[in-house]
Ligand binder design. Structure first.
Ligand code: ATP
Ligand code: MG
Length: 356
């Protein structure tokens, strides 16, 4: 199979971990006989320094012409003082918009080898395996108006939660499609006892559920979901929710795996290309020290192989290699236990490649 991949390393440890994902993909290509072509492009602080903008048009062009996009992370203290439109993070928001990435998928699963770094007891998290589907381009974060105002002569403020019914449908339908390939359960999270938008969300989930008779639908109020994630995470298969609830719940769910350095994500559009990135940021505090955990980025590359290219065996080869390396006791410093000598970023990448 021949595929073109746009690679946007970005800033900080984004550069180190992206390098790792690319070399792991090359190893998979050699082993399974695929030809992956990588086109590198700039985004974030590096792009501001070189070209005066956090997302050059050229980068958008490269992404749109590619079969998938791999993104590291953007930002760092060097660019903190810049005006809003010139922030590295603006590059990230704009690429999501340009590529119309309406859903963010975050798989969260238990790793025996890193369980001890989680604050939750092993018997609570053992076997947990869920997929959080977050709506990414609507809801409170994009509603207008969003402004300070005066109402009845008083200082006031308004944020707007706005969705088109179609936007709710497409993300819920995606959740059902994904659940159909997993344990066939969708938990739709809302606040239907209070919000009209949540009542429409709930009705829509009921409508879509009729298209998937094999999949069980359950509704859960967001406050209860926040508690259940910690109390009994094993009950969840696919969780689907609107933008802000998803933002909060997916970060909460990340404690199940122990480290931010372990979690991949995929962002989905209608028609592609899809974008894959680790959920962590550019981690300027550990940049250039060869201690960043490259696994979140490498697992994002595995998601790309499965989701964008349909290469299931190849994705599993990466996931199994990661698991084997961790089980053999090799860990980067974020997931190493007290008294255990950690390995570096480059060594972890080499171990995973060698295991593939
Ligand atoms: P952003 O705003 O871009 O999401 P952030 O401020 O949330 O960034 P991160 O860059 O994700 O922060 O880093 C949070 C903490 O987690 C830092 O102390 C960082 O060193 C650590 N960290 C993040 N990613 C990794 C990784 N891959 N390996 C090891 N430690 C990491
Ligand atoms: Mg963050």
């Amino acid at each position: 199979m021949k595929k073109t991949i746009a690679v946007l390393p970005g800033d900080g440890i984004g550069k180190e971990v992206t390098q790792g994902a690319v070399s792991v993909l090359q190893a998979v290509g050699e082993r399974f006989g695929h030809q992956f072509t990588f086109t590198f492009a700039s985004i974030g602080g590096g792009a501001i320094d070189a070209l005066g903008t956090p997302l050059p048009d050229e980068t958008i062009e490269v992404c749109k012409k590619s079969d998938a996009v791999l993104l590291g992370a953007v930002g760092g203290p060097k660019w903190d003082g810049l005006p809003g439109h010139l922030r590295p993070e603006k590059g990230l928001l704009r690429i999501r918009k340009e590529l119309n990435l309406y859903a963010n998928l975050r798989p969260v699963s238990y790793y025996a080898a890193t369980a001890e770094t989680s604050p939750l007891r092993p018997e609570i998290i053992a076997g947990a395996d869920m997929l959080v589907v977050r709506e990414l381009t609507g809801g409170l974060y994009f509603g207008k108006p969003s402004e300070r105002s005066t109402r009845d002569g008083e200082e006031s403020v308004v944020d707007t939660l706005f969705y088109k019914k179609k936007e709710i449908e497409r993300v819920i339908r995606l959740a059902f499609q994904l659940a159909d390939t997993r344990r066939k359960k969708v938990t739709s999270v809302d606040k239907a006892n209070v919000l009209e938008s949540s009542r429409v969300w709930r009705e829509t989930a009921e409508e879509i559920a009729r298209e998937y008779p094999e999949v069980t639908l359950e509704h859960m109020l967001v406050d209860n979901a926040a508690m259940q994630l910690i109390k009994n995470p094993k009950q969840f298969d696919v969780l689907v929710t609107e933008n802000m609830f998803g933002d909060i719940l997916s970060d909460e769910a990340s404690v199940l795996t122990g480290s931010l350095g372990m979690l991949p994500s995929a962002s989905i559009s209608e028609g592609g290309p899809y974008l894959y990135e680790p959920i962590h940021g550019s981690a300027p505090d550990i940049e250039g020290k060869n201690i960043a955990n490259p696994i979140a980025m490498i697992l994002s590359a595995a998601m790309m192989l499965r989701t964008s290219f349909g290469l299931e065996a190849e994705a599993e080869a990466i996931e199994n290699a990661v698991e084997q390396v961790l089980e053999s006791g090799l860990k980067t410093s974020d997931i190493a236990l007290n008294g255990q000598k950690p390995i570096g970023t480059a060594e972890m990448i080499e171990e995973i490649k060698a295991t593939i």
